[in-house]
Design a protein around this ligand. Structure first.
Ligand code: NAD
Ligand code: AKB
Length: 319
């Protein structure tokens, strides 16, 4: 049983970077059988996902979503299936389809079955006209297709909430740093890849962003704690930011990250070879103002850059 809902949790896109961590945390809290992991990929092989039930699900298949919900008594969906920024620019049509139509299918299911939904947004909703420290309320003019789909989903979430009373919640995650799963398809991926490269025999990394690119980032443990905490907050505490709460973790440049890594791995060498992802990063803010989250649901991050580097290196070494 999960609190007042008395049913099970479904996680879509569960084999990705966030799902790998989130499924394990939800199972630790609610029990393995209560949390069903799902993804378009057929077979899970990660130990975090193998701890409980897994279903193959394409979020574009609305009939199957409805079938799973009624057959498995689903009451909450953590909807993580998406195409991220770099992959989204390579294939904007697919990005639009999966991110917007996939999300609409989940929202329709929530309306039909009375579910609660967590649907993450991103700092990619901001654009070049956003102040360097992004406020909660500001015009959203992203230049990437991915960012546009995230704005669309925040708006869609508000419409389903206001018109149909669906309880949809979301966080504008910064770039997330984690060690349990590999990353691909994003612009902030460098901050994960760099640790794998630093710990390799060569201890060398070619960074695809320039050394001065400051971006908002967060350690996965903070992001998971934020997610579960937002979903446990009484509905009356939430404000109009409910589908896209700003949260802040740390803010750093590749140069600052390299210098922190070199304190632990002095032989590590990083070269800077910016590619097309530099353009996407340049359109995003440097840092995030998260005052509204702190007021509405007591959000507070715990991991600074020094702690993140130390956690990443020790966890990857013992993995
Ligand atoms: P990811 O790319 O690591 O994982 C996404 C998963 O979705 C993959 O396992 C993929 O197989 C699956 N998927 C793709 N198409 C699908 C479909 N049609 N049906 C079902 N599954 C499908 O992404 P992530 O980093 O885990 O991100 C999860 C969510 O969080 C996304 O909405 C993303 O926009 C958001 N987000 C992530 C970050 C980050 O840094 N990781 C930052 C901001 C926002
Ligand atoms: C990406 O880089 O695309 C994601 C994000 C910030 O949404 N990590």
């Amino acid at each position: 049983m999960i609190g007042r809902e008395g049913g099970r949790i479904l996680v879509t896109g569960a084999l990705g970077q966030i799902g790998t961590d989130l499924v394990q945390s939800l199972r630790d809290i609610y029990g393995s059988e209560m949390v069903i992991a799902s993804d378009i990929r057929e077979k899970p092989n990660h130990p975090c996902i193998l701890t409980g039930p897994y279903i193959n699900l394409d979020v574009l298949d609305k009939n199957k979503i409805f079938e799973i919900i009624s057959n498995h008594n689903i009451k909450i969906i953590y909807h993580l299936a998406a195409i991220l920024s770099a992959k989204g620019e390579e294939n904007p049509e697919l990005c639009e389809l999966i991110n917007v139509e996939g999300t609409r299918n989940i929202f329709d299911a929530a309306r039909e079955f009375g579910l609660r939904i967590f649907a993450p947004s991103s700092i990619a909703v901001f654009g070049p006209d956003t102040p360097k420290k992004a406020p909660q309320i500001t015009p959203l003019n992203p230049t990437t297709k991915y960012g546009m789909t995230k704005v669309d989903c925040e708006i869609l979430g508000m419409i389903y909430h206001q018109k149909y009373g669906v309880d949809i919640r979301g966080i504008r995650y910064p770039g997330l740093i984690s060690w349990k799963s590999p990353v691909s398809g994003g612009t902030t991926d460098y901050a994960v890849d760099i640790f794998h490269a630093a710990l390799s025999d060569e201890s060398k990394y070619d960074c695809f962003l320039n050394d001065e690119t400051r971006l908002p980032m967060m350690y996965m443990d903070d992001a998971i704690r934020a997610t579960i905490s937002l979903m446990c907050t009484p509905i009356d505490s939430l404000s109009s930011a409910r589908c896209g709460y700003n949260i802040s973790g740390v803010s750093f440049t590749p140069k600052e990250l390299v210098s922190e890594i070199k304190k632990k791995l002095p032989d590590f060498v990083c070269n800077y070879k910016p590619d097309i992802r530099q353009k996407y990063a340049d359109s995003w803010p440097d840092s995030i103002d998260d005052e509204v989250s702190r007021n509405d649901w007591n959000w507070q991050s715990r991991f600074d850059l020094e702690t993140i580097v130390s956690e990443m290196i020790s966890n990857l070494k013992s993995d």
